[in-house]
Design a protein around this ligand. Structure first.
Ligand code: GLU
Length: 513
């Protein structure tokens, strides 16, 4: 049997990290088993349609390196691969179920349904359609269809017995049929619901393994009833545990944050006496402010690091190694390593991965990736980006940090003279003044403005002056950078700034002392 898996996103306009992980696992499982990976666009919820959203899916998958063998843009033997273009495929199947008694036409108006729903609510019960239209005679149904009355087609769930299926992660799942609602299969607009389309599509596309979020777990028994009704073999189900996060929680309606309270229900205050937001465990969510895949790329996370991190978020490799290229994942991914409990997205851990990946980049690649970020703060015509990149690579965690790490080169920041104080370097503003006065003529006398020339001239003068290295180099770096932390030391910074700017800054800082 050839393994055939599918990723079936709805076009929402962004790639949720949970969805990216589903796509990744689904893809990896197909590759590992020499099977096919299919992309299907689930756009039957036309109200939620976002323009351009399908392109976002293609672009995200392409960037991620997750390539599909069949799909709307690449074609394949089971097309079309966009549900709205498969419209005519579903109705005949629904009619087949009506014929066999597993589904029925329903003409109930919105008013009637609302009233039934309100009644259920009053009794404190969950709403379930009352099978009202199941009792309509064949003739009456035909008459109303001929009259052009709007209708839906509902699944006829048995009133007793159990529905069940086996899941690769969750094991045997079983529910009482009496608890299940007669869900709509075909909507009034003629389009199928997800409940119906997923079954028809997975079957007609020959999908052997369905991997998706566990939010579909409760409905899967119902889908199995449909497979049974058609006499089809259901796919192997692999429902993935959710990607969670520990974060703040905001009420979507009021926009208010959930605030932290102590055991007595009193607000927890921070050191300034301000109430603190509660940190809760919840599903990762864009509307709660959690990043999407696109957000992370935009922040300067490397795709390879994101993929590696997401792969490990819910899957454990057998050995100790945590670093995997996509190719390596394709060779190692297995269902046995999938977690049975929820995983927590941890941005700090992702950032750690990213820093590792940045460190491992070939220097030319780092320079290329860093250039647009450096250019946000610095004019490439005025600064040696290559040298800067050499100094920055080992200390960069995320590319978006770069402008803030180098902007002091473009403009001298204001700084407090206390920055000259450094116990270990045995320096303070007074020592700094003497050191800078000593070093100024030395710098003025430097011939070619190179790091080596600067180093040799200044170090010789320091040795002669009897001062300690740190007593001169620390103040010099502060005087020309205004910062306690800089990529590179005094000589590198002086070189990057150039002779004129270095002397200008040195003089200005000395004047302040
Ligand atoms: N369209 C569904 C989603 O985006 C896919 C569910 C499935 O994979 O069956 O959540």
């Amino acid at each position: 049997m050839e393994v055939r898996t599918r990723f079936a996103p709805s076009p929402t306009g962004f790639m949720h990290l949970g969805n990216l992980r589903t796509a990744l696992y689904t893809y990896l499982f197909a590759r590992r088993n020499g099977g096919k990976f299919i992309l299907r666009i689930e756009d039957t919820d036309q109200e939620r349609e976002v323009p351009g959203a399908v392109d976002v899916i293609y672009n995200s998958l392409r960037t991620a390196g997750i390539s599909h063998d069949e799909g709307p843009d690449v074609g394949g033997p089971c097309g079309p691969y966009i549900q709205s273009q498969r419209k005519d495929i579903y109705l005949p199947y629904a009619k087949q179920l009506v014929e066999s008694g597993h589904a029925y036409y329903c003409f109930c108006t919105k008013e009637r349904l609302d009233a039934t729903r309100a009644e259920a609510e009053k009794k404190g019960e969950a709403f379930k359609y009352d099978k009202h239209c199941l009792s309509l005679s064949k003739e009456e149904v035909q008459r109303r269809l001929d009259a052009g009355e709007p209708y839906v087609i509902r699944q006829n769930i048995p009133t007793e017995g159990k529905a069940s299926f086996d899941d690769a992660i969750y094991g045997h799942v079983e529910v009482e049929c009496a608890t299940l609602d007669d869900n709509v299969l075909i909507k009034a607009d003629g389009l199928p619901t997800y409940n119906f389309a997923n079954v028809i599509d997975d079957h007609t596309m020959g999908i052997t393994h369905v991997m998706r979020g566990n939010e579909y777990l409760p409905s899967a028994p119902k889908y199995n009833l449909l497979y049974e009704a058609f006499g089809w073999t259901p796919p192997i189900y692999i429902h993935l545990t959710p990607v969670m996060v520990e974060g703040t929680y905001r009420n979507k309606k009021t926009g208010e944050y959930l605030m932290a309270t102590d055991e007595d229900g009193n607000p927890v205050l921070d050191e300034n006496g301000q109430p603190v937001k509660a940190i809760v465990k919840r599903k990762l969510s864009k509307s709660q402010g959690d990043p999407t895949y696109e957000d992370l790329l935009g922040e300067g996370y490397l795709n390879e690091a994101i993929i590696n991190y997401m792969a490990l978020l819910g899957w454990s490799p057998r050995g100790e190694n945590e670093f995997f290229t996509l190719k390596e994942l394709e060779e190692t991914f297995d269902l046995e390593g999938l977690s049975k409990s929820p995983s927590f997205f941890d941005k700090a851990k992702l950032t750690w991965f990213n820093a590792e990946y940045i460190r491992r980049l070939p220097p030319e690649q780092f320079l290329e990736d860093a250039t647009p970020w450096l250019a946000k703060a610095l004019d490439p015509a005025k600064f040696d980006f290559k040298r800067l990149a050499e100094l920055l690579q080992a200390r960069t965690e995320v590319f978006s940090q770069l402008p803030g790490m180098v902007d002091f080169l473009a403009e001298m920041p204001d700084f407090n003279s206390e920055l000259y104080t450094h116990k270990k370097m045995k320096t303070n503003p007074e020592v700094a003044k003497a050191a800078l006065e000593m070093v100024r003529p030395v710098l003025e006398g430097v011939g070619e403005w190179t790091e080596t020339a600067l180093h040799d001239a200044v170090m010789a003068a320091v040795a002669e002056s009897g001062m300690k290295n740190g007593q001169v180099l620390w103040p010099l770096r502060i005087a020309i950078s205004g910062k306690a932390n800089t990529p590179g030391g005094a000589f590198e910074i002086a070189y990057l700034l150039g002779r004129d700017e270095t002397m200008r800054r040195l003089n200005a800082s000395l004047a302040k002392l």
